[in-house]
Design a protein around this ligand. Sequence first.
Ligand SMILES: Cc1cc2nc3c(=O)[nH]c(=O)nc-3n(C[C@H](O)[C@H](O)[C@H](O)COP(=O)(O)OP(=O)(O)OC[C@H]3O[C@@H](n4cnc5c(N)ncnc54)[C@H](O)[C@@H]3O)c2cc1C
Length: 390
Amino acid sequence: MYSYEKHFDVVIVGSGVIGCSIAYYLAKESKGKLKVGVIDRTTIGEEASSGAAGMLAAQIEAESQGSFLELAIASRNCFPLLSQELKELSGVDIEYMKSGICSVAFNARQETELKNRMQEQKKIGLESVWLSKEEVLKKFPFLSPDLYGGFFVPEDGQVSSSRLTLAFSEAAKKLGVEFFEEENFEQIPLKEPRLNFIETNLSKFSAEKFVIAAGAWTGHLFNGLVPVNPIKGQILIFQMSPGWIQKNQWNTPIYLGEIENPQQIGCYAVPKKDGHLIVGATAVDRGFDKSEDKEATEFMSEYICKVFPEISHFPFKGFWAGLRPKSPDGKPVMGLVPGYKNIYAASGHFRNGILLSPITGKIFADIFLKNSKEPEAFSPQRFFQSKAIA
Ligand SMILES: Cc1cc2nc3c(=O)[nH]c(=O)nc-3n(C[C@H](O)[C@H](O)[C@H](O)COP(=O)(O)OP(=O)(O)OC[C@H]3O[C@@H](n4cnc5c(N)ncnc54)[C@H](O)[C@@H]3O)c2cc1C
């Protein structure tokens, strides 16, 4: 016996930043004509999207030219307008700042790598600057002087990831989207090419189309058919004092090199508007475990105090860990699942789900409302090439 039965044009599973962005753009672009429902087994934005560092690191993270960099730039370009639009509709300030991001080199190898990356990006007309050691220290006087220079991208920036997710969901609600929290179900029934409904612990949702935006749980929900799995990321949170904030006027995230250890820690420091300073992050396969990795906490604390000595005076607020959704090639998986008529995947955004959320929402609005083709480079089809599909 269900508590209720509901019918929608589109049901989205997962209310992280990706599910909420898709819900928002579907409602906005259809002018409320599409009836959209979002279900989540926890509460809105509770998982990876709640504590991510919120960097819009389109260029700073791009290792090469190509479709992924183009997608990242297109999404980054949405933020100036989107932040105003969401503020007007939802009342939530996503704390967007076009603050730039700087990646600092601490040895000659990192300097060469970053300079090469910069040259590659310049060839395709993307803006960036190489800062000398003196220029880096002028901009960030609190860093240890033991550095070689920095790759600075003025167009990259940051938002509050939890506020962005909240703003998408609140705006979507205003446009008529219905959200259902704490509705649990374990696996998508995949026996028939067409899915008619999903049954949760409470209710039954039928729909014309289903979008699975379940983050790191996507692979599990598809029983492995869509290969997206969790990669744990742990960050540390420090508190900057009002006096220190006032004195330094710092809002540019800084990448601070890699820490040599098995947890593959790419170190960064991100000052947030609420006075928190986020230091990240590990990248390691621990299944669905989000508990504190004490060894990683020690490695990160020791390293950050070396490159950013003043941090040792900041109160430590604690750790946070989230599960990044990763596909085998580390790129998003967006589109119709091969072999099925109405089940779509929207996942695998890995390290860049906050950055890529607006473009993902727009892509799904184009697929459903304009019959556009899904972008080939990110289609689930790429993982099915060798399998015989009915
Ligand atoms: C430490 C760390 C730092 C990061 N920093 C950045 C950054 O600076 N910039 C950036 O762009 N990205 C960053 N990311 C990546 C970003 O957080 C993710 O890519 C993004 O949040 C993924 O969003 P999502 O909606 O796909 O997944 P999630 O936010 O995890 O949402 C998935 C939702 O699906 C729900 N769900 C799962 N199973 C079910 C089920 N059976 N039924 C119903 N609902 C279900 C979950 O409850 C959850 O709410 C970071 C991630 C981590 C861990």
